[in-house]
Design a binder for this molecule. Structure first.
Ligand SMILES: [Mn+2]
Length: 317
């Protein structure tokens, strides 16, 4: 619950903040928004992530304080943001037990309640929106906090185009805008970051787009992911979503030998959290993911035939 989180923050002095691997706008936005708040409260703070920060987020405040190695010395509380499961923190998981408390603040419906204190709100658009509510309780917001949280909400609502862009989200954002946020600049930093070779790569990927005979499921298979310093997943999904009548969008990505990362997006009807769950993953109803053991070909066949059966079955929602 929110009030338990507030109490833990008030009662302790030192905090390690972390979020999930494959860092994106909400993971970083919620971390840095929280950092800004705790700074104002004069706490001792350390941000520890397993993955390196993609450089497109360099415009975010405090971004350089983020570390990729565990802190030395004792900390009271670990604040775990935007993680459905503690293993989503990657190698940081091994560190988590060393603090007195683990506080789990998340909006994934599949959350495993791994914390000593758990505040999980699947109705929240983003972890950043939840951090906004914490800031509001403390009556502390400044330009840096606002910029971080706006970026997180912006990312997880698909630039306010997804169904989670509720009136609460717009109210929160209207408040954040008072601190001089420039959405056009944020959009440009996050989206106008490709080179010609990246666009050609995306073009090649999309030309291998596969569509199921039911005309409801489409997917793309990625054998080799070029090193471009950030993740193309959202960009590819945003193009796939332009397809008329399509309901489920899937991305298969070979991550290592016989290991395939599978990401799911749903337009409106299909609960892809359940689909990801069947394969050992999770997420949200309209966006989820998992990692599957097997070759690309095996995984593709297994997953697509499962989605076909699932969407033809009764459990559409
Ligand atoms: Mn999120």
């Amino acid at each position: 619950m929110l009030k338990d989180v507030i109490k833990v923050i008030k009662d302790h002095r030192s905090f390690v903040i972390t979020a999930h691997i494959n860092l994106e706008g909400d993971a970083l936005g919620s971390e840095l928004g929280m950092y800004g708040l705790l700074r104002k409260l004069e706490k001792r703070i350390y941000i520890y992530n397993y993955d390196r920060t993609p450089n497109i987020y360099d415009f975010l405040p405090y971004i350089k304080v983020i570390k990729n190695e565990p802190p030395k010395g004792k900390f009271d509380v670990a604040l775990v943001l935007d993680c459905s499961d503690s293993s989503r923190t990657g190698g940081v998981k091994d560190y988590l037990g060393r603090t007195k408390y683990i506080v789990n603040i998340d909006h994934h419906i599949s959350n495993t309640l791994f914390g000593d204190v758990n505040w999980v709100d699947p109705k929240a658009s983003s972890a950043s929106e939840m951090v906004f509510r914490i800031c509001r309780e403390f009556k502390i917001i400044n330009r840096n906090i606002a910029l971080a949280l706006y970026t997180g909400i912006f990312t997880d609502t698909g630039n306010f185009t997804y169904a989670n862009a509720t009136s609460n989200v717009h109210k929160a954002v209207a408040h954040l805008m008072k601190y001089g946020i420039k959405p056009a600049k944020i959009y440009e930093s996050l989206h106008s970051c490709l080179y010609a070779k990246d666009i050609r790569f995306i073009g090649k990927l999309l030309s291998s787009l596969r569509i199921d005979y039911t005309n409801k499921i489409c997917w793309v298979v990625i054998r080799k992911w070029p090193d471009m310093g950030f993740d193309l997943t959202e960009i590819i999904f945003s193009v796939m979503k332009l397809l008329k009548d399509m309901e489920v969008f899937v991305l298969f990505k070979k991550v290592e030998y016989k290991k395939v990362r599978v990401n799911f997006r749903s337009r409106a009807k299909v609960d892809v959290n359940r689909i990801a769950k069947f394969f050992g993953g999770g997420g949200h109803k309209r966006a989820s993911g998992t990692t599957v053991d097997g070759t690309l070909q095996q995984t593709e066949k297994k997953v697509i035939s499962f989605i076909r059966r699932y969407t033809n079955g009764r459990n559409k929602r």
